[in-house]
Design a binder for this molecule. Structure first.
Ligand code: NAD
Ligand code: ZN
Ligand code: ZN
Length: 344
């Protein structure tokens, strides 16, 4: 008899997910079958459901890419893992390992890469498959609910901060204090950076202050850029995790001469373009860099920060059956920190 599992499935863009009984998949060569304990709800899942990006996700889709679970079964040829071991699955489901980008340590942009919960079934389910080579090892006994957001929000903002080139003692602006941003504040503090937090919601700015932001600015106010520049003298780096193009424009205006803005948020659709002054960029020797999740090494480093207690996601747990309500809350910008689905 085939074993079945509960999963939340998207059949049509912008439609509610449906909870279904599906067969537990069998691990092929190189795969792990993972029993999912927890899966964070990232705004990228909402972009997938709403069809904000091109190309759209592969339907029917089981979303979810902040996965923490345990190894249930090893596929043929897998070594280095044991049944019951705690593991995590990130957005980067796989990369080819052979292209010029993979070979240069940029597997994050591999053109043949697959994405968990977008092109491949993700973690809004009791079981999922993932190639062992791309699965992260977690510290035994780690809190699975606090750890889940590290698999995307954590690794992504950690790499983004590294790509800002800001050094200990310097200022970094974290723009957008949602699931990603509230964790970015903590990585930045752990990396010795001074943090100015920007959001359009006061409850999110309060969380940023509690997590160590020295300066908080409401980006909806007309003088947000001036307020931040007065408080910091201009930031050396900015990481933008907001979902509005205005925030990406503000980031450039907040930079100190020679500073770098790292773009992480992906509004998609009509929000995909910004206006910027070429003169300000050129004369100020500013840098704009995109940052796309993280390599396996970034993931291991990001997990180590959390395992050592330097970073801890602020989470609220919900059952899988609440997923549509959670996505609605996210559409309204009403989530403080991260919601994590409690699956096992
Ligand atoms: P979230 O909904 O939890 O947080 C977004 C935050 O942005 C909210 O706190 C909201 O109040 C704030 N915000 C909205 N407009 C703003 C503005 N004008 N100025 C300042 N703040 C503003 O979302 P999340 O899960 O943190 O994801 C954020 C974005 O990052 C999404 O677009 C997601 O798809 C993207 N993302 C990118 C990568 C990557 O690798 N580049 C990885 C993960 C997520
Ligand atoms: Zn994500
Ligand atoms: Zn490749």
């Amino acid at each position: 008899m085939t074993q079945t599992m509960k999963a939340a499935v998207l059949h049509r863009l912008r439609a509610p997910l449906t909870i279904e009984d599906l067969p537990v998949p069998a691990p092929g060569p190189g795969d792990l079958l993972i029993k999912v304990t927890a899966c964070g709800v990232c705004h990228s899942d909402l972009h997938a459901v709403d069809g904000d990006w091109t190309p759209p996700p592969v339907l029917p889709l089981i979303p979810g890419h902040e996965v923490v679970g345990t190894v249930a079964r090893l596929g043929p040829g897998v070594s280095g893992f044991a049944e019951g071991e705690e593991v995590g699955v990130p957005w980067m489901f796989s990369a080819c390992g052979r292209c010029e980008f993979c070979l240069a340590g940029m597997e994050t942009v591999c053109p043949a890469g697959e994405a968990t919960g977008y092109t491949r079934p993700g973690g809004y389910a009791e079981y999922m498959l993932a190639p062992a080579a791309f699965v992260g090892k977690l510290a035994p006994g780690a809190d699975p609910y606090a750890m889940a957001p590290i698999l995307c929000a954590g690794v992504t903002t950690y790499r983004g901060l590294k790509r800002s080139m800001a050094r200990p003692g310097q200022w970094v602006a974290v723009i957008g204090i949602g699931g990603l941003g509230h964790i970015a504040v903590q990585y930045a503090r752990a990396m010795g950076l001074r943090v100015a937090a920007v959001d359009v919601a006061e409850d999110k700015l309060a969380l940023a202050r509690a997590l160590g932001a020295e300066v908080t600015v409401n980006g909806a106010q007309a003088d947000a850029v001036a307020a931040l520049r007065t408080a910091t003298g201009g930031v050396h780096g900015a990481v933008v995790t907001a979902v509005a193009p205005r925030a990406f424009e503000q980031a450039l205006l907040m930079l100190r001469l020679g500073g770098a803005a790292v773009y992480i948020g992906l509004p998609g659709g009509k929000g995909d373009e910004i206006r910027a002054s070429l003169a300000a960029i050129i004369n100020g020797e500013l840098t704009i860099r995109g940052s796309n999740v993280g390599t396996r090494q970034d993931l291991n480093e990001a997990i180590a920060f959390a395992a050592n207690g330097l970073v801890k996601a602020t989470v609220r747990t919900e059952p899988l059956s609440a997923i549509n309500t959670v996505l609605d809350e996210m559409r309204r910008g009403a989530i403080v920190g991260r919601v994590v689905l409690k699956i096992a």
